[in-house]
Design a binder for this molecule. Structure first.
Ligand code: MRU
Length: 344
């Protein structure tokens, strides 16, 4: 199942409609793409990298220009706006910058349009390949019969295809290992209950839905052998991922359960530290209403104060290993991550 692709415009699965409806959304300009990203029709760090790339290709086709310089200035301005659509996942910026570089290097408008689209397609194809590689490396860490706890959605829907943390689970299943997955519902936007359970049920993988606050009891009962999560940005002292990930890491440590992070190397932003990264804060309606689809169902007093960060940061000392497309990296990360990044 491919989450995002190009067919005269950007086509993507509208993730806000799942699990009820598999609807393909057509995006014709960068402003539409920005609002699709902000309302989470497309989401997940690697899927945002592909969206960023295709978005610049789209910007190249929005208007007609006579002069190459005017065209380049326009695309640059659109790309800058797109890169800021969501602040935490570094992959959106990576996808935008990679395709924008092709536009800047081009010596004609036609060349820019063609090479932008070619580069965006390359980003999408590379994502599929690296997820399968990551899956293969990560699957070696999983044993037959393992109970695996995960949060958010890190599957095909969060990437172009296959997935990061869910990709590891898929690869383990392909190797004949039976696993039981515990999917945290991932309040407030329920990527776990709406998307992860949908993907795993489609694949015939044993999945049990829990609320985020049930993670402790399932660990204490001995149901969980490993925690595997994805990442939106990995800096030199921590991992940014969906809100609730830090809680899972602390709980895993308390229960002696390995805590793995699966992410491509484009999610690493090794020059930065946790203090340098902006955590997106979202609308208070997401907490005050039962679900964004049910805006007539308020579950909190209208005037209550709300704190709604979409992500948190887990210090690297909680992470047992980082699963990447170049292999599994164990601590000490400050020694080994730079070596792996050089091979990018
Ligand atoms: O707000 P979202 O749904 O975009 O958050 C996504 C996550 O936190 C994922 O875990 C992360 O992007 C890794 S996806 C392969």
């Amino acid at each position: 199942m491919r989450t995002i692709y190009w067919e005269n415009c950007i086509k993507m699965i509208d993730q806000t409609r799942l699990p009820d409806e598999l609807f393909i959304l057509e995006i014709h300009d960068v402003d539409e793409l920005i609002s699709a990203i902000q309302r989470l029709s497309i989401r997940g760090a690697p899927a945002l990298e592909a969206a960023g790339g295709y978005g610049v290709a789209l910007a190249c086709r929005e208007k007609s220009f006579g002069r190459l310089e005017d065209f380049k200035n326009y695309v640059k301005e659109r790309a800058e706006k797109l890169a800021k659509a969501r602040p935490t996942a570094v992959n959106l910026v990576v996808g935008v910058e990679r395709v924008l570089k092709k536009v800047i290097e081009a010596s004609s408008i036609e060349e820019a349009k063609n090479s932008a689209l070619e580069e965006a397609e390359r980003i999408a194809e590379e994502d599929i390949v690296r997820n399968k590689l990551m899956g293969g490396f990560g699957a070696k860490l999983i044993e037959d019969g393992d109970g695996i706890l995960t949060i958010c959605n890190t599957g095909s829907l969060a990437t172009v295809e296959w997935g990061t943390a869910l990709g590891v689970i898929r690869s383990a299943k392909l190797e004949g290992k039976n696993v039981r997955v515990f999917a945290c519902e991932t309040r407030p936007l329920n990527q776990g209950s709406r998307l992860t359970t949908w993907e795993l049920l489609n694949d015939g993988i044993d999945v049990t839905l829990i609320t985020d606050s049930m993670a402790g009891i399932v660990m204490r009962k001995g149901f969980v052998d490993k925690v595997i999560v994805g990442a939106d940005r990995i800096v030199r002292d921590g991992v940014f991922n969906k809100i609730g990930t830090y809680t899972l890491a602390v709980l895993a440590k308390e229960h002696g359960i390995p805590f793995f992070v699966a992410a491509p190397l484009t999610t690493f932003d090794w020059e930065k530290e946790m203090k340098d990264v902006v955590i997106e804060e979202r609308r208070d309606d997401e907490l005050k209403y039962c679900h964004m689809k049910c805006m007539n169902c308020r579950i909190a007093p209208e005037n209550v104060k709300v704190f709604n960060p979409a992500f948190d940061a887990t210090p690297l000392e909680y992470v047992t290993a980082l699963i990447t497309e170049k292999g599994v990296i164990f601590p000490p990360y400050d020694r080994d991550v730079p070596k792996v990044l050089k091979k990018l």
